[in-house]
Design a binder for this molecule. Structure first.
Ligand code: NAD
Length: 283
């Protein structure tokens, strides 16, 4: 099947990056968010992201210009009626995602593939809530989307071979490397990454070391490009908490319990980079 028009639901950290990579690779993008200010911020971010790609010689100035005009925004999901693929990137809450997918399912034509950028939630359960479970799967981009090479492809139990192949081909067209994993809480990426971040927060909570020192140990000692607390801020502390809860509920194992400090920071509205304050402060 030919995918030309791509819908992206959610214009936050991930949705804006996903919209950018599709736009800069020749797709028409319909970007939807129920917060008009998030759509405006996303366009500013996409414009800056495209300019960065021009500066690095990844795309030409002409491609950046065309890319920007390929992104259309709306607060309504009706524009997904013209899409061949819709990728959901809203808050990591299963009931919210399921309700939105049921609406998208009603809006889109039969051939449209639905994909979720979820970090941890069961694709099989989300697919089952739609009338097109065979045309449903996970397409998990990494943050920041324009920079990171990997896309984790997660097949729901119901995903057809045709749907899987279509998203494999799309990943290649976006110059990403696709790795296929089974539908299991947190898949591979967050099953390994998120408990490490949670443990770093426990280390801080128990007073073992300061924020800066915890990050320094992992950067200088383990050669991580960024410390786990800085990374948590970049991901979003609300998203980290959602993912830990999905791991704990999914595996029924208390080793995944979120650190009380993570819960408290989210309760205070300290979401990390996107809110201006997390473990660090941002402009
Ligand atoms: P975010 O909070 O930055 O953005 C979420 C966006 O969804 C917001 O703009 C919000 O207004 C919008 N939204 C929420 N409910 C909506 C609704 N009912 N209708 C329309 N729009 C709605 O979150 P994010 O970090 O971009 O995460 C999005 C998804 O991507 C989550 O499932 C998350 O787990 C996953 N993810 C996040 C990262 C990361 O590093 N942040 C990495 C990979 C995957």
């Amino acid at each position: 099947m030919t995918i030309k028009q791509v819908g992206v639901l959610g214009a936050g950290t991930m949705g804006s990056g996903i919209a950018q990579v599709f736009a800069q690779n020749g797709f028409q993008v319909q970007l939807v968010d129920n917060q008009p200010s998030h759509l405006q911020n996303a366009i500013v971010k996409i414009q800056a992201g495209l300019q960065k790609c021009v500066d690095k010689g990844v795309i030409s100035a002409e491609q950046a210009k065309t890319g920007l005009t390929s992104v259309h925004t709306s607060p309504q999901m009706d524009i997904f009626a013209q899409c061949d693929l819709v990728i959901e990137a809203v808050t990591e809450e299963e009931p919210t995602k399921i309700a939105l997918f049921q609406s998208i399912d009603r809006i889109c034509p039969d051939h449209t593939i639905l994909a979720s950028n979820t970090s941890a939630i069961s694709l099989t359960r989300m697919a089952a809530a739609t009338k097109r479970p065979d045309r449903f799967m996970g397409m998990h981009f990494m943050n920041p989307v324009p920079v990171m090479q990997l896309v984790e492809l997660i097949r729901a139990l119901q995903t057809s071979d045709e749907t899987f192949q279509a998203l494999q081909e799309i990943s290649l067209k976006l110059n990403k490397t696709a790795v296929t994993v089974k539908d299991n809480p947190g898949f591979v990426s967050n099953r390994i990454l998120m408990p490490m971040i949670n443990e770093a927060i426990y280390t801080l909570y128990e007073g073992v070391a300061t924020i800066e020192d915890i990050d320094a140990v992992m950067k200088l000692g383990m050669n991580h490009p960024m410390g786990p607390l800085k990374l948590a801020d970049m991901i979003g502390l609300d998203t980290c908490l959602f993912i830990m809860n999905v791991l704990q509920d999914g595996f029924k194992d208390s080793k995944y319990r979120p650190c009380p400090l993570l819960q408290q920071m989210v309760d205070a509205g300290y979401y990390g980079k996107k809110s201006g304050k997390g473990f660090y402060e941002y402009d």
